[in-house]
Design a protein around this ligand. Structure first.
Ligand SMILES: *[C@@H]1O[C@H](CO)[C@@H](O)[C@H](O)[C@H]1NC(C)=O
Ligand SMILES: *[C@@H]1O[C@H](CO)[C@@H](O)[C@H](O)[C@H]1NC(C)=O
Length: 909
C-alpha cells in the first residue's frame, strides 16, 4: 500500500479526481554515489590481501588461516575459515578479537544441525597454495595475492578475488572533524551516526564460462541479470535493501520489499550458487567479461560469511540451499486456492455481497481478505464497530461455505495508551529504540507509531500469544493473517524506513539487521497462529498449519509463509515482469509467491485482467488485489464474456490443485521450486538461458502467457528433447529449441502444454472452494514421451494439520510403460515416516496423450490381484487438433496398488 495517495486523499473533497502519472520518486532513495560504503568500494581495484602461509591449519573439515591487509602502514590481520559441508563450502572472514565491539553475525537463519554435515578436507600445501578436496569439489587457495578457486569435477565453478576487489574496512580511530564522512552521513535531512565508523566488505567473484547470473531478489527486472558495470555500461548496481517503494518501475535494478542474498550462475554442466549470510544493506555489480560473468558484492557491515552451493545441476543448487536455510513449509490446501482481496471491502454487507457474487457466477474461491480500513483507527486486531459490528458471525457465515478470511496486521503500533497492544508492549519496553535509547516514534498508517522489536526472542514470544480469540477479539479459527509494511515502512524515515542507528535487542544497530526485520515479524506472527492452532479442543490433536502472507522477506522466509511482489500496477509491463520476479524467487528458495492479479494501482481493462487471471492461476500464490481508489473489479464486472473467461481460468487452477499440492510436497522435502525457468529443466540448452516469458509449473506443464494487448499470435519455445501436447487442442509437437512455434491466440485461453513423459493429476469437477472438492475423484493426464512412457505422483493429506509429519498422508506413484499404468507407493527421502492414511478416494478417469489415433482400446484393471474389465474404456476421443484415449469410469482406489492395461484393437464390451 502507499502513503502518497492516501495523504492526497486527506486533502481531497468528495469529487476529487486523480490522474495517475509515473510516480516512482527517485529522489526519495539513495544511490551508490550518495551511500558512503558503496561509493568507497564500488569498482575498488588492486587491494593487497594475502594469506600468511605459516598460519594455515587444517583440522578435519575446517581450514583456518590469517589473512593480512598489507596496504595500511600497520598491516591489519583477519581470521579466515573455510569449511566444507559435503558439496557446500563456507568461507568466513572476520576481525581478530580486539577492543572493537566486533562484527555482527545474524542468528536464526541457518538450519540447526548443519554441523553434522561437516566433511573432512583432503588437502596439501605448497609454499604458495593450499589445495583441498571434498568429493567432486576441489578448492585452491592462493596465498599472495589472496585468491580462492572452486572447481567441480575439474571444471571451474567460481573464483573469488581474481580481480583484487576484496576489501574489509577495518576498525580505525575517528579523525578530528571526520573529514571523510566516515562517522556521520546525511541523506535528505536524515543524519546517520555511525558509531563503528566504516565497516563495509567488498568481494569479487567470477564464474568462468557462464553467460548469465540470476537471483538476488527482489526487483522488477529480467530473469538473467543485465550487466551494471563494465565498458559501455552506465547503471546503478543492484541493491538489496528492503524498502516500501511507491509505484515501482517495471524494469529497474532498484531493490524492493525483500532481499535474498543468493545468486546463481549457470553454464552447460555446471550451476553454482552463492549465498552471503548477512542482513545488512548490499550492492551487487554484474559485468560481462571475456571469461564469463564477473560480479562484485559490497555490504555495509557484518561479516563475510559466504556459502558456495556447487550443484552441479540447478535442482541440486536449490536443494543445497534448502539444506542451509530450510525449505517451504507445507501450506494449508485452502491457501493454494484463489484469494479475493481489495483495499478495502468496506463493511460486512460488502463482504457478503462479494462472497455471494462468486457463488452466483459459479466461480470458485477460498479466501476473502480485509485490508487496513476494517480496524478501529489502524489499531490492528481491533474492528471498526460501525462497519464490522459482528465479525465473528461474518467469519462463521463465510466459513459455512467452506471459506476462510484474512485480516491485515502490521508491525507499526499506534501510540495510544488506551490501545492494549501499545500499552502492554510499551510497559514491557518491547519497541525499537532510537540511538539514545528512547522508544522510537515514527509515522505510519495510524499516525504516530512504535515498532515491535521482533529481533528479541522474548518480544516474538509475547507477540505469538496475541492471536488466540481471547486476545484478538472478534477473530475466529477461520481467520488468518497478512503482514504488510514490515520492511519496515516508516513514512517519515530516511528512504521511507527506519534509521540505521536505531537500536534493537542487545544494542544491535538497525544497520546490521535491516533486511531480516520483516522475516522476524512474519515468523513471530506465524508462531502466533501455530500457538493458536495448538488448542486441541478447537483444531484437534495435530494442530493447524499457519497461513501468514508477508511483503518483506529474507533467506529463511520460505519456512514461515508466502510473500507477494507488492504494489504493482495494472499495466502490461507489470504483467510481464511478474514472471521473472516469481521465477527468481523460486530459484532463491522462496517458491511460494505471486503477483497481485490485475495490478494493484490503476484500472485494468477487460483484456489485461483476463490475461492476468490466465497467467495468475499458475503463480504458486494466487490473489487478486486492488488499490483503494481503483474501480471495483470483481471477476463478474466486465461483461459476460470476461466473466466466462475468468471463471474458466480459475476453475483451471482448482482442477490443478492436486498437482500443485503435490509440487508443494516436493518443495517441502527438497527445496526445488514450483515455477521453473525452462533452463532449470533443460540445463544443457544455452538458447534457453535467457528465456523468461514462459516457464514450467513443476516438471510437467509449460505455460506461455500472453503479455501484449491485442496479441493475435505468440512465438513459443518448446525445448528440445521432449514432446509437447497442447493442453486444449491435444496436438503433439516435438521440441525445437532454436525454432519457436508460432501459434494463433484468442481471448479464451493462453497456450499451455503438457510435457511428454509426465503424469499430471487433476480434479475436474467445478466446485465453489477447495474444501468442497475433498471427496472428489481424480483424473490422471498421462502424456507419453517418445518411447511411450510417463511417470508422475499424487500426494494427499488432511490439507490442514501437522498430522502428515507423523505419517498421515498418502503419496502414490504412477508409471505408464508398455501400455500398462501402475500405481504404487512413492519412495520417500530417508527419515520420512511411512504414509498411512485411510482413504476411499478414487481415480475415476485416465486420459492418455500420444497414442496412435483412430484405434479402439479396451482396458483391464488389476487391483490387489483381482482382475476386471473397466467399463467405459477404450474411447478414442478426437480433440481439436490431436487425439486422446480417455478411459472413463476406471474407479481405481488411490490407496491400493493396481495396474491398468490398455489393449489395442480389442472391441470394447
Ligand atoms: C515441511 O513443512 C513442515 C511445516 O509444514 C516443516 O515442519 C518441515 O520441516 C518441512 N519439511 C522439511 C523437510 O523441511
Ligand atoms: C481453547 O479454545 C477454547 C474455545 O475457544 C477455549 O475456551 C479455551 O480456553 C482454549 N484453550 C486454551 C488452552 O487456550
Amino acid at each position: 500500500m502507499d502513503r502518497g495517495r492516501a495523504a492526497a486523499l486527506l486533502l481531497c473533497v468528495a469529487a476529487c479526481y486523480f490522474v495517475t502519472t509515473s510516480a516512482f520518486k527517485e529522489q526519495d532513495f539513495k544511490k551508490c554515489e550518495t551511500n558512503g560504503f558503496c561509493k568507497r568500494n564500488r569498482g575498488v581495484k588492486g587491494t593487497k590481501y594475502s594469506v600468511d602461509p605459516a598460519s594455515v591449519k587444517v583440522d578435519g573439515a575446517e581450514l583456518t588461516a590469517v589473512l593480512i591487509n598489507s596496504e595500511p602502514q600497520e598491516p591489519v590481520k583477519f581470521n579466515l575459515m573455510l569449511r566444507a559441508y559435503g558439496p557446500v563450502l563456507r568461507l568466513i572472514v572476520d576481525e581478530q578479537p580486539s577492543e572493537h565491539p566486533g562484527r555482527y553475525q545474524i542468528p536464526d537463519i541457518l538450519m540447526p544441525g548443519l554441523k553434522q554435515r561437516l566433511t573432512a578436507w583432503k588437502g596439501q600445501s605448497t609454499a604458495h597454495t593450499w589445495t583441498g578436496s571434498v568429493g567432486d569439489v576441489t578448492v585452491k587457495l592462493t596465498f599472495a595475492t589472496f585468491k580462492l578457486e572452486v572447481q567441480v569435477k575439474g571444471s571451474p565453478a567460481v573464483v573469488f578475488n581474481s580481480r583484487s576487489m576484496f576489501n574489509v574496512e577495518h576498525p580505525r580511530k575517528k579523525q578530528e572533524g571526520d573529514p571523510e564522512g566516515w562517522w556521520e552521513e546525511t541523506f535528505n535531512g536524515h543524519a546517520d551516526s555511525k558509531p563503528a565508523g566504516p565497516e563495509a566488505i567488498s568481494i569479487d567473484m567470477s564464474f568462468p564460462g557462464s553467460q548469465h547470473v540470476y537471483g538476488i531478489p527482489e526487483r522488477a527486472t529480467n530473469l538473467a541479470l543485465k550487466p551494471t558495470a563494465g565498458a559501455d555500461v552506465a547503471s546503478e548496481p543492484y541493491r538489496l535493501y528492503n524498502l516500501d517503494v511507491f509505484e515501482y518501475e517495471h524494469s529497474s535494478v532498484f531493490g524492493l520489499y525483500g532481499a535474498i542474498p543468493v545468486m546463481l550462475a549457470h553454464k552447460k554442466g555446471q550451476t553454482t550458487g552463492i549465498f552471503w549470510h548477512n542482513a545488512a544493506e548490499m550492492y551487487v555489480d554484474v559485468e560481462t567479461a571475456k571469461e564469463g560473468q564477473a560480479v562484485q558484492w559490497i555490504t555495509e557491515s557484518g561479516v563475510l560469511d559466504l556459502f558456495v552451493m556447487t550443484g552441479p545441476s540447478p535442482a541440486e543448487v536449490t536443494q543445497q540451499y534448502g539444506v542451509l536455510t530450510g525449505t517451504t513449509a507445507m501450506p494449508q490446501l485452502f491457501s493454494l486456492g484463489y484469494h479475493q482481496c481489495r483495499w478495502n471491502y468496506k463493511d460486512e454487507a460488502d463482504a457478503f455481497a462479494v462472497d455471494a457474487g462468486f457463488d452466483e457466477h459459479n466461480i470458485p474461491y477460498d479466501v476473502l481478505w480485509l485490508d487496513i480500513e476494517h480496524t478501529d483507527g489502524k489499531r490492528y486486531m481491533t474492528w471498526d464497530s460501525r462497519l464490522f459490528p459482528n465479525p465473528v458471525q461474518m467469519q462463521e457465515d463465510i466459513a459455512s461455505r467452506g471459506r476462510k478470511m484474512v485480516t491485515i496486521v502490521d508491525p507499526h503500533v499506534k501510540r495510544d495508551s488506551n490501545y492494549y497492544v501499545y500499552k502492554e508492549a510499551s510497559e514491557k519496553k518491547y519497541f525499537v529504540r532510537t540511538k539514545d535509547g528512547t522508544e522510537f516514534d515514527g509515522w505510519c498508517w495510524p499516525g504516530s507509531s512504535s515498532y515491535l522489536d521482533v529481533t528479541n526472542p522474548e518480544v516474538r514470544g509475547w507477540w505469538a500469544q496475541q492471536f488466540t480469540p481471547d486476545r484478538y477479539q472478534g477473530s475466529t479459527k477461520h481467520l488468518y493473517i497478512w503482514n504488510d509494511m514490515n520492511e519496515p515502512s516508516v513514512f517519515n524515515g530516511p528512504e521511507i524506513t527506519m534509521k540505521k542507528d536505531h537500536l534493537h535487542f542487545g544494542d544491535v544497530e538497525h544497520r546490521d539487521i535491516h533486511n531480516v526485520f520483516g522475516y522476524y515479524y512474519h515468523l513471530a506472527t506465524a508462531e502466533g497462529l501455530i500457538h493458536r492452532g495448538s488448542n486441541v479442543s478447537v483444531y484437534g490433536e495435530h494442530g493447524d498449519r499457519p497461513f501468514v502472507l508477508s511483503r518483506a522477506f529474507f533467506s529463511g522466509t520460505q519456512r514461515v509463509g508466502p510473500i507477494w511482489t507488492g504494489d504493482n500496477a495494472a499495466q502490461w509491463s507489470h504483467l510481464a515482469v511478474s514472471v521473472p520476479m516469481v521465477l527468481t524467487l523460486g530459484l532463491t528458495g522462496l517458491p511460494f509467491s505471486g503477483a497481485d492479479v490485475g495490478g494493484f494501482f490503476g484500472n485494468p481493462d477487460a483484456e489485461l485482467l483476463t490475461r492476468w487471471y490466465q497467467l495468475g492461476i499458475y503463480y504458486p500464490f494466487f490473489r487478486g488485489h486492488a488499490h483503494l481508489e481503483t474501480q471495483r473489479r470483481e471477476p463478474w464486472l466486465f461483461g459476460e464474456d470476461t466473466t466466462r473467461r475468468i471463471r474458466e481460468a480459475i476453475r483451471g487452477r482448482y482442477a490443478l490443485l492436486p498437482y500443485i499440492y503435490t509440487l508443494f510436497r516436493h518443495t517441502n522435502q527438497t527445496g526445488i521450486p514450483l515455477m521453473r525457468p525452462l533452463w532449470f529443466e533443460f540445463p544443457d540448452q544455452p538458447a534457453l538461458y535467457g528465456v523468461e516469458e514462459e516457464f514450467l509449473l513443476g516438471p510437467g506443464i509449460l505455460v506461455k502467457p500472453v503479455l501484449q494487448a491485442g496479441a493475435q499470435s505468440v512465438d513459443i519455445t518448446l525445448p528440445e528433447g521432449a514432446v509437447w501436447y497442447e493442453a486444449l487442442g491435444g496436438a503433439a509437437f516435438p521440441g525445437k529449441t532454436g525454432k519457436p512455434l508460432t501459434t494463433a491466440v484468442h481471448m479464451d485461453a493462453i497456450p499451455v502444454f503438457y510435457r511428454g513423459g509426465v503424469i499430471v493429476p487433476r480434479r475436474d469437477r467445478p466446485r465453489r472452494s477447495s474444501a468442497a472438492m475433498a471427496n472428489d475423484p481424480f483424473t490422471l493426464v498421462v502424456a507419453l514421451d517418445g518411447s511411450g512412457k510417463a511417470v508422475g505422483d499424487l500426494y494427499i493429506d488432511d490439507g490442514r494439520s501437522f498430522a502428515f509429519s507423523k505419517g498421515q498422508y498418502l503419496h502414490r506413484r504412477f508409471i505408464y510403460e508398455h501400455g500398462v499404468l501402475t500405481c504404487d507407493t512413492m519412495p520417500q527421502p530417508t527419515g520420512t515416516p511411512e504414509g498411512t492414511l485411510p482413504s476411499k478416494l478414487l481415480i475415476e478417469r485416465v486420459i492418455i496423450l500420444g497414442l496412435p489415433a483412430g484405434k479402439a482400446y479396451t482396458a483391464r484393471s488389476t487391483v490387489n490381484k483381482m482382475h476386471s474389465v473397466v467399463s467405459g474404456a477404450g474411447v478414442d476421443v478426437r480433440l481439436a487438433k490431436g487425439s486422446a484415449v480417455v478411459v472413463r469410469a476406471v474407479n481405481l482406489p488411490l490407496a491400493s496398488d493396481w495396474s491398468l492395461r490398455l489393449l489395442e484393437g480389442v472391441a470394447a464390451e
